[in-house]
Design a binder for this molecule. Structure first.
Ligand code: SF4
Length: 371
């Protein structure tokens, strides 16, 4: 009789892992990026899918997934975790997730290098296994009792989770009953990421956002009352030169009313294949210059009366400072308002004081991407 070698043991582990899979979507906020968050797809694509600037889910129909299927995915994740933890114990590492554990499993079956389920779960565990992000575009569209069932199961199966977050729409939040929002919050959904884009009603109608500023305020306030942490994303220059003033003023008005925990800037870039790109190409929408974008930003920031954190955590917030570095820090915590409002306004003044040619111009990026 031949004794099983360590490699045989890991081969068996790798073989069992290779049988497992779960749904993973493409999109998540940068703050849930890297390996930090476990990505779980509770619905597929976007139930609205009509915003004229958005290319993310175009051509992909919305799919409402059953609780059974989502639970099966959570079970698959749990099995992969258990396999990796057991391998660690066999190595004498006491269940700790180390590089050696990962390498031993990969050496036994190098094909797992291309297995996104193993790689995702291993990297997530290696990063601490603390946060999860529910995909895709609007998880709150799920029937409340079904979302509660999914969250309860997720928290029970993965007890190391300290934060679960998701995308949703203002309109969906506005439609939800306060008691349903409370139940979802209590079941373990902590943070919501909402694409506000603009608080200007005319612009909201033009971009087919499918929501009014009154509904944005209602949805945002209801989420905060239910105890969610709320991240709202706005899009500088979405109205172009034609509507920059109303865009800035009304976005500040709506965000001040909501007073979310985070306000995140996502400067507008027309993406090929979207209706708004055609508007731009045909000269009906004019993109602002870097200084004009800063003027718009100044108007918006001046109008904000919030206790939020203001974040520029995206590479398109690419204005330059006097030393040639980035004008704004691009981390996920940003600037605390109102304390750091004077600092942000001072940075905007700095950006406006340097020659415009030293800033990144979105128009150049668009022409580069269409070469
Ligand atoms: S709701 Fe969000 S994901 Fe859906 S089309 Fe609009 S921007 Fe895109």
């Amino acid at each position: 009789m031949v004794a099983a070698t360590h490699n045989d043991t890991y081969k068996e582990t790798a073989g069992r892992i290779a049988e497992l899979s779960f749904a993973i979507g493409v999109y998540r906020p940068p703050s849930e990026g890297g390996s930090a968050s476990l990505l779980l797809r509770v619905t597929e694509n976007c139930p609205w899918n009509k915003c004229t600037f958005c290319e993310m889910y175009k051509g992909h129909p919305f799919v409402y997934r059953s609780v059974e299927d989502i639970k099966a995915d959570i079970d698959a994740v749990k099995k992969i975790i258990d396999e990796i933890t057991a391998a660690s114990e066999k190595m004498g590492q006491g269940g700790r997730i180390t590089r050696d554990v990962g390498m031993s499993i990969l050496r036994a079956d190098p094909s797992l290098n291309d297995n996104q389920y193993f790689i995702t779960v291993f990297n997530w565990l290696y990063s601490g296994g603390k946060t999860a992000f529910l995909q895709d575009a609007d998880s709150m569209i799920m029937r409340p009792q079904e979302l509660v069932a999914v969250l309860t199961y997720l928290r029970e199966k993965l007890p190391t989770l300290t934060r679960v977050t998701s995308y949703t729409r203002s309109k969906t939040l506005a439609q939800r009953k306060p008691e349903d929002l409370l139940a979802i919050r209590k079941a373990g959904l902590d943070r919501l990421h909402v694409g506000l884009e603009t608080g200007d009603d005319e612009l909201l109608a033009i971009i087919h956002k499918g929501v009014t500023s009154a509904q944005q305020i209602e949805g945002g306030k209801k989420a905060i009352t239910a105890g969610f942490q709320l991240s709202e994303y706005w899009m500088p220059d979405l109205g172009g030169r034609e509507r920059w003033r109303q865009h800035a003023e009304n976005t500040a008005r709506v965000l001040t009313e909501i007073n979310p925990h985070y306000i995140r800037s996502r400067p507008f870039v027309p993406r090929g294949g979207t209706p708004i790109f055609t508007e731009y190409e045909q000269g009906r929408l004019h993109i602002s210059s870097p200084h004009e974008r800063l003027e718009e930003l100044r108007l918006m920031i001046e109008g904000l009366n919030v206790t939020s954190r203001i974040c520029f955590d995206h590479q398109m917030n690419a204005w330059t400072n006097r030393k040639g570095g980035l004008l704004f820090i691009q981390d996920y915590e940003g600037y605390k308002f109102p304390e750091e409002k004077p600092l942000v306004l001072e940075l905007i003044r700095e950006g406006l004081s340097i020659d415009e040619s030293r800033h990144v111009d979105v128009k150049d990026l668009i022409s580069l991407s269409s070469l």
